[in-house]
Design a protein around this ligand. Structure first.
Ligand code: 9D3
Length: 242
C-alpha cells in the first residue's frame, strides 16, 4: 500500500526569492488561501536581499550598460554570489528570472513548477540583468504578460500564488476539477446566486428550471460565446473533442 501524502512525509514547496525589496514579501501571499497554506507548512518563503551582496561602500548592485544606452543593468559580480546563496538554500529547485522578455507564464508552466521541489526566483529591477548571469546560472526567463511592471516582485508573487493553489492539500478536489474546464480552453460561464430578483434583474430562467441537461447546455453555450468574443486566440485552439 502506498503511504498517503502527509506533512510528515512530503517536503514543503520552497520559494527562495532574490529581490532588492524584501519588505514587499510575503505581502498578499500572507492572506487567504496561500497564507493559510503557508501557516500550515505546505510551502515556505525565504527572501534574500540582493543589497546584502552589493559591492563597495555604497553596496552597489547596478552599473551603466556596456555599449551605452538608457538605464542601468544589474551587475553579474553581485547577482552571481546572490544566486549562489539562493541556490545553496534551495539546490534542487528550478531557477527563474522574472523578466518582461520571458516566455509566458501559463497554467502548463504553473503545473510544471508545482511538481518541482520549489523555485529560486530572481526579481529584477532597472533595465535588466547582465546576460552572463542568465547563461552561467541557467536561469529560465518568465514573463507574466504583455504590460510593463516596475520590477519582478509582483510577477514573482503572481507565480507563487498560482503554484501554491495547486499544491496537494491547498484547495479541494472540487476546485481542481473545475480547473479542467478552463484547461479545455473555454472561459467560465456567468454565475448567479440569490436573491432571485436584484434591482429588477432576474436570474436566467434556465438556471431555476432544475433541468440539468438544459443548464449544462446553456452554460456551455455561454462559455463558447464569451470565448469567441473575448479570446479569439483560445477559440481558434480550443479542444474540439466530446
Ligand atoms: C524599455 C525596455 N523595458 C522592457 C519592456 C525595460 C523594462 C521595463 C520594466 C525592464 C524591466 C521592467 C520591470 N518588469 C519586470 O521586471 C517584469 C515583468 C513585466 O514588466 N511585465 C510582465 N512580466 C514581468 S516579469 C518581470
Amino acid at each position: 500500500m502506498p503511504e498517503p501524502a502527509t506533512l510528515s512525509n512530503v517536503l514543503p514547496w520552497r520559494a527562495t526569492v532574490l529581490t532588492l525589496f524584501p519588505e514587499l514579501f510575503p505581502g498578499p501571499l500572507a492572506a487567504s488561501l496561500a497564507g493559510d497554506a503557508l501557516q500550515q507548512g505546505l510551502w515556505t518563503l525565504d527572501t534574500m536581499a540582493i543589497r546584502d551582496f552589493g559591492l563597495g561602500r555604497h553596496k552597489s548592485v547596478d552599473d551603466t550598460p556596456a555599449g551605452g544606452g538608457a538605464g542601468m543593468v544589474m551587475r553579474a559580480d553581485v547577482l552571481g554570489p546572490a544566486l549562489d546563496a539562493a541556490i545553496a538554500a534551495n539546490p534542487r529547485a528550478p531557477r527563474i528570472y522574472l523578466t518582461p522578455r520571458g516566455a509566458p507564464l501559463t497554467q502548463a508552466v504553473v503545473r510544471e513548477l508545482a511538481a518541482a521541489p520549489g523555485a529560486v526566483l530572481l526579481a529584477g529591477r532597472f533595465e535588466g540583468i547582465d546576460q552572463r548571469v542568465i547563461a552561467a546560472r541557467q536561469l529560465r526567463e518568465i514573463s507574466i504578460g504583455d504590460y510593463v511592471l516596475s520590477g519582478g516582485e509582483l510577477a514573482a508573487m503572481v507565480l507563487i500564488d498560482a503554484v501554491v493553489r495547486l499544491l496537494p492539500g491547498v484547495v479541494g478536489a472540487a476546485a481542481s476539477l473545475n480547473e479542467e474546464s478552463f484547461e479545455q480552453g473555454l472561459l467560465e460561464y456567468p454565475h448567479y446566486t440569490r436573491p432571485r430578483d436584484w434591482e429588477g434583474l432576474p436570474i436566467p430562467e434556465v438556471l431555476l428550471s432544475g433541468d440539468h441537461k438544459r443548464i449544462e447546455a446553456w452554460r456551455r453555450a455561454e462559455s463558447e460565446r464569451l470565448t469567441r468574443e473575448r479570446r479569439p486566440d483560445l477559440w481558434a485552439r480550443r479542444k474540439r473533442e466530446q
